[in-house]
Design a protein around this ligand. Sequence first.
Ligand code: HAM
Length: 419
Amino acid sequence: MLKAITGTKDILPTDIRKWKYLEKIVEEIFTSFNYKEIRTPVFEETALFARSIGEETDIVGKEMYTFLDKGKTSLTLKPEMTASVVRAFIEHSLGKQQSLNKLFYISPMFRQERPQAGRQRQFHQFGGEALGSTSPLLDAEIIIIVYKILSILGLKDLAVKLNSLGVPESRENYKNLLREFLKSSKDKLSEDSKKRLDQNVLRIFDSKIESDQEILIGAPYLIDYIDEESKNDFEVVKNLLMQSSIPFEIDPKLVRGLDYYTKTTFEIVSGKVGSQSALCGGGRYDLLVSQLGGDPTPGVGFAAGMERILLACENEHSFNLTEENIDLYIIILNKDLSSKVFELALKFRESGIIVDYDYLDRSVKAQMREANKFSARYVLFIGGDEFQSGKLNLKDMKSGEQKLIGLDNYQQIIHLVGK
Ligand code: HAM
């Protein structure tokens, strides 16, 4: 039997409502902050991700779906959106049309990771990117946007973690300091961390291996070595979050897995989704646009994993969608009337009423069962003696009340059934 690829999942009609609910909230909140939606292609030139996310990162080094197309161009299914948004921003000169561009997206992403609860190979992110200002007001706003979305969903077990990675100059100085600190324990580090020592020393903080974490005890933290401007901006972000009653903690070990960050970074983790606990992550990337060939333009943004958020909602029983129902189910008592039913159903649907009827020549009893399965608010019987005398029988399924309505008076049905 052919099956979906490992690490990918079908979203079936039974699940689609919670996805739509989440998407609706995302759209509403971003719109209230005047963010405009952007959609970019699912694949891009591989070089875009290699140059922006960083050659030495796990994403670029191990996780990308990269292939040669027939023209021998190396293409990659997007593992994240920031690079694509920045590429589109530069390509379409969006910065010339508007000095500040606030953009949001909802899109599938692809990373070849080991699948587990909350980690898939095709997953979905929503996120936002604000390009054109260094103001820490925007850093605070993006955290507020995602915190708001998670709160509306009813999630409670959340921790907002903040750090600042400073600018590259202060970070480079600090990296040398950290390497110096780790030098004497180099042989005791795990193989992965040994590799990171030269190429990506900050990521050693991300190691899940206990002995690595023991070695890190007493290590200097980047946050204590960042430049003045990053420090001041970080203070502003903290104050704005306090002013907005968003609880947060400083996590000096939060280094993020992508190379483009500068200054303030953050993650929000849930206590309810197991080991894949990061619901979202983001921060500032003031150098990325110029690195990719655009005019120097600061940026800040975040992305959130939708599967993980919905998993957290499920585990926290955070929201209950009301039962889905249709407005009207037409029950055909006399098979000869199917073209009449067809015609009537179209008329009702034109008025925005959700209508269904039987296409399988089923018995009246089976049709009634189907109406109940769809939780139809009303049932309309067509046929029998009533039809002979030019009438249709409309039943209100909640009250049980029945009404005979003239065949030509379908407007009355629309009036009664319409919400
Ligand atoms: P990221 O931390 O790589 O950041 O991903 C953001 C979120 O996507 C994670 O916190 C997680 O919820 C979700 N996610 C990542 N990988 C998977 C996976 N394999 N399965 C399920 N969910 C996953 C970024 O992608 C940056 N572009 C965020 C950003 C935007 N920074 C600035 N602007």
